[in-house]
Design a protein around this ligand. Structure first.
Ligand SMILES: Cc1cc2nc3c(=O)[nH]c(=O)nc-3n(C[C@H](O)[C@H](O)[C@H](O)COP(=O)(O)OP(=O)(O)OC[C@H]3O[C@@H](n4cnc5c(N)ncnc54)[C@H](O)[C@@H]3O)c2cc1C
Length: 457
């Protein structure tokens, strides 16, 4: 059977146009399915979407991708995004402002693992013992095949691998927070190792850091929607699915908040590509079956992004710098991005990321921005940074699930025939990331193909 015909004339509804739903919809239309993609918000992209701030096309939160995000990059190219221009490609690095008691670790563009070795030798701010600890981590993790017999917290892993306090403070903890958005005391060591395996432990390009130059809606969801439409599918925003039911013939019908004609359509399959809470809510509208197991409980971690606009001539030494955070001292910022080095229209605009801090989501936004401005002025030795022209902080209280050791994550398959789950929280190697979402969307589509093929035979 030709690839394009695998789902010919099969109608599939995808609920939610975040990155998982977009990936699923693109995969399905390629297989010939009649796809309806429904999104409750007016904008596409879910937790990774463009927002307009003071006339700039920015994001609900500063994101970073890795070269290891192979499926996201493949999908972007498929829908016509030029990844070379849409993303700023930086070699793997962890660099603190020169005035801070930090470190400078930048991998040269050489084949792996030479790039790590040379970065280690030439890194500044690390003692011989720190460097040896880093080399030990890398070689032990490789020797173990990046697998643990039993999951534990990242802090336990660092202790087991005998990592020095300075290396933990400057490298491992910031990396854990950036990759898993979970504090190392309660973050899964196995998921952390999975990310390191596919970046540090793989070819050099996999460890590259990719920073979007365009807003997140335009680097995938909007192009994906266009792709779906061109391939005969429908994409509707401002369409909230409130319930679903299955007829005795196995077809699915959707209830929509807005009384739309599409609620009478019959679908052969449905993918719930909503966030975890909404998927859970929709599943609970279905009749209980012996096989249906409720979704496991999940807790969440926040991320706050603070945009600060300065004069156009303000420029940081690098597009991205790590910061020494200390919430007790009101130093909230963990990473700062110079948006002016990403986009010519954004000269003088900085984006500061504060991950996993509940406190940062609770304090007054003006106070938070001014604390961050003071931190930047001091850390970078640029007093002018204390007084931004304008600022805007965006807190996402449920940015990601808390990536705890041994967390039970649901499968793409549900107990209901023809109903599938997609989203960053489903079973997979990755933490809550764009790549995890995209892979999940693709996996859900492939499960549909497999099941429909099996039903035909
Ligand atoms: C501030 C922030 C920073 C982040 N930084 C990074 C990063 O640097 N790198 C990285 O890889 N990841 C990062 N992430 C994580 C990444 O954004 C998410 O993992 C990913 O976007 C999740 O995509 P998803 O499709 O699984 O879910 P979502 O994006 O939540 O998509 C679900 C969609 O379903 C819609 N929906 C919900 N209910 C309904 C309904 N009933 N009917 C119709 N539609 C519905 C929602 O509106 C939403 O659009 C960050 C997240 C945040 C919030």
């Amino acid at each position: 059977m030709a690839k394009r015909d695998a789902l010919k004339n099969q109608s599939v509804a995808v609920i939610g146009a975040g990155w998982a739903g977009c990936a699923a919809a693109c995969e399905l239309v390629q297989q010939g399915a009649l796809v309806t993609l429904l999104e409750s918000s007016r904008n596409l992209g879910g937790r990774a979407r463009g927002v307009t701030v003071h006339g700039h096309e920015l994001d609900n939160g500063q994101h970073i991708l890795l070269g290891a995000y192979t499926e996201s990059l493949r999908l972007m190219r498929l829908v016509g995004v030029d990844t070379q221009t849409a993303l700023l490609n930086l070699p793997l690095q962890m660099v603190y402002p020169a005035l801070e008691d930090g470190m400078s670790f930048i991998t040269p563009r050489l084949p792996a693992p030479l790039h790590l070795l040379l970065a280690l030798i030439s890194s500044a701010g690390l003692s011989f013992a720190d460097k040896m600890a880093l080399a030990r981590f890398s070689s032990t993790a490789r020797w173990m095949g990046w697998r643990l017999n039993e999951d534990c917290s990242v802090i336990e892993l660092l202790e087991r691998f005998d990592q020095t306090p300075r290396l933990c403070r400057l490298m491992w903890i910031p990396l854990c927070i950036a990759a898993l958005n979970t504090p190392p005391e309660r973050a899964s060591a196995q998921v952390f190792l999975n990310v390191l395996r596919d970046s540090l432990g793989a070819r050099r390009a996999a460890s590259d850091m990719l920073i979007p130059r365009l807003d997140l809606s335009s680097i995938l969801p909007e192009k994906a929607a266009e792709f779906v439409r061109v391939h005969g599918g429908q994409v509707s925003t401002a369409h909230t699915v409130t319930g679903l039911q299955q007829s005795e013939h196995g077809k699915w019908q959707l209830e929509l908040k807005q009384a739309e004609a599409s609620n009478v359509a019959n679908y052969d399959a449905v993918i719930l590509a909503c966030d975890f809470a909404n998927a859970d809510r929709l599943l609970s509208t279905l009749p209980a079956t012996d096989q249906a197991v409720p979704l496991p409980a999940m807790s969440y971690e926040p991320i706050t992004t603070c945009y600060l606009q300065y004069a156009q001539n303000v420029r940081l030494p690098r597009p991205m710098l790590a910061l020494l955070d200390d919430a007790g001292q009101k130093k909230w910022g963990q990473y700062v991005f110079d948006r002016g080095q990403l986009h010519t229209d954004q000269a003088g605009l900085l984006a500061v990321v504060v991950s996993v801090s509940q406190a940062a989501t609770e304090i007054d936004k003006h106070e938070l921005a001014m604390d961050i401005a003071a931190q930047l002025a001091q850390s970078l030795g640029m007093p002018e940074l204390a007084q931004p022209i304008w600022h805007q902080c965006i807190s996402e209280k449920r940015a990601t699930f808390s990536c705890a050791p041994g967390l039970h994550r649901p499968d793409n398959l549900t107990a209901y025939p023809g109903l599938y789950l997609a989203g960053d929280y489903t079973k997979g190697d990755y933490p809550a990331t764009l790549e995890g979402a995209v892979r999940s969307g693709i996996a859900a589509s492939q499960a549909i193909i497999k099941d429909l093929k099996a039903a035909k035979n």
